[in-house]
Design a protein around this ligand. Structure first.
Ligand code: SF4
Length: 318
């Protein structure tokens, strides 16, 4: 890729940040340490899971639509204020995890990794150490399901993930690893405008392909559902990759759970108002269901709940 490509990518985010946040973006991402625990009991809208695991406070993804930046209970105020540019990496991650596992606290539990910072927006050595720790304990001490929520590159650990998936039998018969892969649009101009440091659409599709080649259970999560060039083609690609169903989350306004930041909603209301219209949203769901099957597109809370206990595990039929 050319220098011009990267410059235009940075320019797009700079421009969008100024327009949406009403100020210039911080110069750089500030990394510090955190002594916080990596595991906590799930609550609120994550309550369907037993535990959530977060390896850092804050997320370098810097997505302008990220609900965490406007949710006081999900991150400290100073981290939210500089969302995307203030990241605190937790200390002693493998040893913390090993302690929880050896005490049997995670045995037959569900773990959501993670709702408030992308699990793969961190050094490769850290995620490798996490999987090595999971794989090192006897199967009876392992979580029955680890659900990864990412728009980054979980495929970089596909061998370790496949090792866990192939050697762990979930007590409910479902997959022991679920990758909920966030893809909100196939338009890289929008990805580059709204997300500071995440992979392109093509890179995400390649990740899904690599994961599926190892037999890993992947749910494409169209979130937040944006403007698509060719949604139909993406659906066909998902089906060809052998996924079982798709989940959809629209931008969230005045819901009881975590909502899209008001400044981003204002931007969308001015530039893409249809994204917020229930009638348009229903029409998108109707078209998607027509393409891949009525029961293969799960929206909103139903989609999120499906991550805990996937209701379908056979591939979308031809
Ligand atoms: S990658 Fe995920 S957690 Fe990180 S800023 Fe983007 S939406 Fe938020």
């Amino acid at each position: 890729m050319t220098q011009a490509y990267f410059e235009s990518k940075v320019d797009r985010y700079d421009r969008a940040y100024r327009m949406i946040r009403g100020r210039t973006k911080p110069e750089e991402v500030l990394y510090t340490d955190s002594s916080a625990r990596i595991l906590s009991r799930s609550r609120g809208f994550l309550g369907g899971f037993d535990y959530t695991m977060q390896l850092q406070v804050g997320c370098p993804g810097g997505c302008l639509f990220c609900y965490v930046s406007s949710a006081p209970r999900l991150a400290p105020a100073d981290v939210r204020q500089r969302w995307g540019f203030e990241v605190r990496v937790k200390k002693d991650i493998p040893s913390q995890l090993a302690r929880h596992l050896s005490r049997g606290e995670l045995a037959d539990r569900t773990v959501y990794w993670s709702g408030v910072t992308d699990p793969y927006a961190i050094r490769r050595s850290v995620t490798q150490a996490v999987w090595q720790t999971f794989n090192a304990v006897p199967t009876e001490l392992r979580p029955r399901r680890i659900v990864i929520q990412s728009r980054y590159r979980p495929a970089r650990d596909r061998d370790l993930i496949a090792e866990y998936a192939n050697t762990t039998t979930a007590s409910d018969g479902g997959p022991s690893v679920v990758i909920s892969f966030s893809i909100g649009t196939d338009r890289n101009d929008l990805i580059h405008s709204w997300e500071r440091a995440t992979p392109t659409f093509e890179q995400r599709m390649t990740s899904i392909k690599k994961l599926r080649e190892r037999g890993i259970f992947v749910i494409p999560t169209l979130s937040p559902f944006g403007v698509w060039n060719d949604l139909e083609l993406a659906l066909v690609q998902f089906r060809d990759l052998g996924v079982s169903f798709i989940t959809v989350l629209f931008l969230k306004k005045k819901t009881p759970t975590a909502n899209t930041p008001p400044d981003f909603l204002k931007h969308v209301a001015e530039s893409y108002p249809f994204l917020l219209e229930p009638k348009w949203q229903q029409e998108q769901l109707r078209k998607m269901r027509e393409r891949v099957g009525q029961d293969r597109v799960l929206a909103g809370q139903k989609g999120f709940s499906s991550l805990v206990n996937p209701p379908l595990t056979d591939p979308i039929p031809e």
